[in-house]
Design a protein around this ligand. Sequence first.
Ligand code: DGY
Length: 320
Amino acid sequence: MKNTILLPYMAPRNVTALAKEKFDAFISDREMTADEIVLLALEKNPQGMIVVPKQKITQDIIAKLPASVKVIATCSVGFDHLDIAAAKARGIQLTNTPDVLTECTADIAMLLLLNACRRGREYQEIMDAGWRKSFSQSEMLGIKVSGKTLGIYGMGRIGQAVADRARGFGMKIIYCNRRRLSPELEKGATYFAKLEEMLPHCQILSLNAPGTAETKHVINDQTLALLPDNAVLVNVARGSLVQEEALIRALQSKKLFAAGLDVFENEPAYDLRLKEFHNVFLTPHMGSATQETRDAMGFRALENIEQALKGVKPQDSLWS
Ligand code: DGY
């Protein structure tokens, strides 16, 4: 008999097809809330489920799940929406989907970086308005990317992929990470153990660290003040890394030349003051949003569920 699993969100077609082949899968046509997932789980008594980052699987939610649930696989690399300790205490395996979204998320970081430096949003607005007046040689100028120093906060898989891309654009790479990388992974980048020591050298700063208690609001009034004037901030990591009030102040004072943001403190209800800055390029948390990557994430989540239900420690177990 097949195991029962829940996919309480709108999964891509290829993922739902594989889920149905391997499991007795209940697939929702919309993103259910965590409370709705509990009700569905109590009705279906599944062995596993896939969730997505907006579904907060807190201690309270975990306590309400039926005893049938053995594994919860998040379709994301980030897992700040899961209470790992509470799940482990109930013997529920938790897994994420690293690796498969590295490239696409790094691509979005470059998309934001280039649009912020080269005034992509303003140029689009000019074209949308019909562009009837040509610009002089000194108007609407952006920042040249080649030759600039890119500081990367969080040099894991995605940070390293951003570095690889930025090297292709002729940028100099410096980074801050909990530990220094091996020379093969560092590829000549300069290591800073402390963010405060790296910031004065960052003409462009890319945030690529996970959202944890340690990284919450690492970008605040004090740290923004350490950046050189006219710096550019890019965030594809988590909104929690940036204290948005401080970011808004840095944009108002023109301390920053521009910003590119894919993630926000409150999603999807992001702070609408951010869209008033024409030098801020915004995307709606779409780092992994390609057909190929979303399929690969779903397949990886299904693999993790299969492994857990066979009694094997899943490849992407979040249990320490
Ligand atoms: C992740 O995988 O953590 C991305 O932010 C997509 O949600």
